[in-house]
Design a protein around this ligand. Structure first.
Ligand code: NAP
Ligand code: GDD
Length: 344
């Protein structure tokens, strides 16, 4: 177990450790000297790939946001100082197909976690992974902590429930409960179903001759995209303050899906217009057309700043997907490999 004097063996409990943010946060907290306990649900094929590099340093507890008793048992066993509730059914598109499941995990799951903390370790500090999807049909631009919510999906509705549950437990029981309203954040560890990783992975697949086309939905949707590695620092900072509060975390810039495609294909010397086709299967019953966050409060009160810009993010993701293929000894068939991407 890594230890340092920065935080003398505080224990952090992370739900969603197998996901993108959970893996980055676990790595970061280990470096800060924390003992990290990650909650995983039972699976026939356990998905530890994202945190494989630190697997032997993390303690795993089996539990599920759908199962109140498992949450109480794990908190009682580990008595964490900090709880990061990152677990969710997090894919907006799926939430239209599984609205009840999404409500149960992503919405009610938050209150199960808060209730477990209230009964077992009320002195712990709690972070809730809230989302810019809560703004949905945006009521003002840019969106800040005071902007009214108008969610546009079962996922967004569930996140609003989780957000207000967090605020309510803070106000009702004086618990240290923070809600981070995070705008989209991506990385080479992003799930393949999300648009950024779908694009970066398809660019690499096209270069290596595995695919000829990239089918997407709404190319004009705009998002405020940042790097997950930057955003998990903000989660930790929120729990180090004197009082619990809610914070928007974003880059303050917005780009379209089309612009993401343009830069991603340019990275390998190709034109996205030669490969991208629009497929109505990827449209949503209700769309969030524009997200743009104002993170002034987090910058001022937490001293948080993002380090990776949009272009850097796109290039990082494309390069990582190219590198994965080179590491499997595949041979490029078209386009040009960026300078840093090399056979090992
Ligand atoms: P992710 O990669 O989809 O990870 C979701 C995690 O939740 C996985 O570890 C998953 O476990 C776990 N999970 C799902 N259902 C569960 C259940 N019933 N019980 C316990 N664990 C369960 O998501 P992410 O991108 O890291 O996002 C982390 C959190 O931030 C999520 O709550 C998401 O909604 C929120 N958020 C994300 C963004 C973003 O842009 N990434 C922005 C705002 C908010 P399995 O591996 O077993 O499926
Ligand atoms: N996934 C996907 N696939 N999205 C597409 C596609 C496609 O083929 N084509 C266009 N899009 C558009 C979507 O319609 C949406 O407007 C945008 O690309 C981004 O979609 P996603 O990458 O799936 O992310 P999201 O914005 O819906 O949700 C993500 O960000 C939220 C924060 O705002 C997720 O990480 C959520 O969990 C998170 O809360």
């Amino acid at each position: 177990m890594v230890s340092s004097s920065l935080h003398p063996m505080k224990t952090a409990f992370i739900t969603g450790i197998t996901g993108q943010d959970g893996s980055y946060l676990a790595e970061y907290l280990l470096k800060q000297g924390y003992k990290v306990v990650g909650m995983m649900r039972r699976s026939a094929t356990p998905s530890t790939a994202r945190f494989a590099a630190i697997e032997d340093q993390v303690e795993i507890g089996h539990g599920d946001l759908l199962d109140q008793s498992s949450l109480m048992r794990l908190l009682d066993q580990h008595k964490p100082d900090e709880i990061y509730n990152l677990a969710a059914q997090s894919f907006v598109h799926s939430s239209f197909h599984e609205p009840v499941h999404t409500g149960s995990v992503t919405g009610l799951g938050v209150i199960r976690m808060l209730e477990a903390m209230r009964l077992v370790c009320p002195q712990a500090r709690f972070y809730q992974a809230s989302s810019s999807e809560m703004f949905g049909e945006v009521q003002e631009t840019p969106q800040r902590e005071t902007t009214p919510f108008h969610p546009r999906s079962p996922y967004g509705v569930a996140k609003v429930y989780g957000h207000w549950a967090t605020v309510n437990y803070r106000e009702s029981y004086d618990m240290f409960a923070c809600s981070g309203i995070l705008f989209n954040h991506e990385s080479p560890r992003r799930g393949l179903e999300f648009v950024t990783r779908k694009i970066s992975d398809h660019v690499a697949a096209i270069v290596f001759g595995e695919k000829d086309k990239l089918a997407l939905g709404n190319l004009d949707a705009r998002r405020d995209w940042g790097f997950a590695g930057d955003y998990i620092r903000a989660m930790h900072l929120m729990l180090q303050q004197d009082t619990a509060d809610d914070y928007v975390i974003s880059t303050g810039t917005t780009q379209s899906v089309r612009e993401f495609c343009r830069i991603a294909f340019e990275r390998v010397g190709l034109n996205y217009e030669d490969f991208v086709v629009v497929d109505p299967r990827f449209f949503r019953p209700a769309e969030v057309e524009l997200l743009l966050g104002d993170a002034s409060k987090a910058k001022e009160k937490l001293g948080w700043e993002p380090e990776v810009d949009f272009q850097g993010l796109v290039e990082m993701m494309v390069d990582a997907d190219l590198q994965r293929r080179l590491d499997r000894f595949q041979k490029p068939q078209r386009g040009t490999l960026p300078a840093g991407v090399k056979s090992s």
